[in-house]
Design a protein around this ligand. Sequence first.
Ligand code: NAD
Length: 324
Amino acid sequence: MQGRKKVLVTGAGGFIGHHLVTDLKDKGYWVRGVDIKHPEFTEIDADEFEILDLRRWDNCLQATRGVDEVYALGADMGGMGFISVYHAQILYNNALINMHTLEAARVNNVKRYLYTSSACIYPEYKQLDAEVTPLKEADAYPAQPQDAYGWEKLITEQLCTHYRNDYGMETRIVRFHNIFGPYGTYEGGREKAPAALCRKVAMAKLAGNPEIEIWGDGEQTRSFCYIDDCVAGLYRLMQSDYAEPLNLGQDRMVTINELADIIAAAAGIDIVKKHVEGPQGVRGRNSDNTRIREVLGWEPEISLEEGLTRTYAWIEEQIRSKPL
Ligand code: NAD
């Protein structure tokens, strides 16, 4: 129990943010959530929830007032279908959100600030093969992220490091590798691969038509980490003394075809994969978890099969409950 330490979670109306709010409330924190929208699928557990556009400086000052710690999750983001298209919007919006939120936190004497970066910061030239060597934190430089989304994350990582060095503010930086789970976006264009495939498999099951579309040949590789493991790692990182960027993700790599097969097994159906043109991102990506094991003693505990079974069940339920 942490008494009434006060915490701000930005992006609390989003997928990871709203799960994190619930976890922090369970741990006894006083929590303010901020977002430009309410969570889509569930109530928020925060003590206070404010609708604020964090691109605006005055709103960032309001959001960060009177809190000890900030978990900065607010971002204009989505899956490959989104981040491979809206480069200018993403770079502009996220740069404003992060510069203003971090500076407002400094002005308001926030003690600790955790920034959520991404595996998208890693250079394209290290991710050309499906059988990729797992990415270590030091692989980030020389920099060559694939999308504007990754460049902005890298700049904000740098900004956090300079705020720590120049102003003595305790900053923490996590690099997520594909987080998934229930209560995340699964349709509309911003969804990521696990949720999109769960939706496609559920629709195939309900329609009695086994065909699902996969972008590319499906042999591109990734690793996927379940939300509960992610939230546990985030909390540990915030408590830790470790101030360098840290990977947080699964280190079990699968192809997108394998991911679809695991989801089909969870749904209890056989699927037929139709490979179509679509954005695929880098050819291969996996997390090297050596550092997070050493510094946080963190290890993902929920298997991909278990996490996808839970996620699939939730998405199938959402689709079933929609009017035809
Ligand atoms: P999400 O899109 O569900 O949540 C982000 C939230 O930020 C959204 O609710 C959105 O409305 C909010 N937001 C956007 N613009 C805003 C603004 N101007 N002011 C206030 N709020 C605004 O995404 P998520 O998956 O929960 O991701 C959380 C963080 O983790 C983000 O920074 C994201 O870049 C990072 N991340 C996520 C993953 C992943 O696999 N989910 C991977 C790498 C990095």
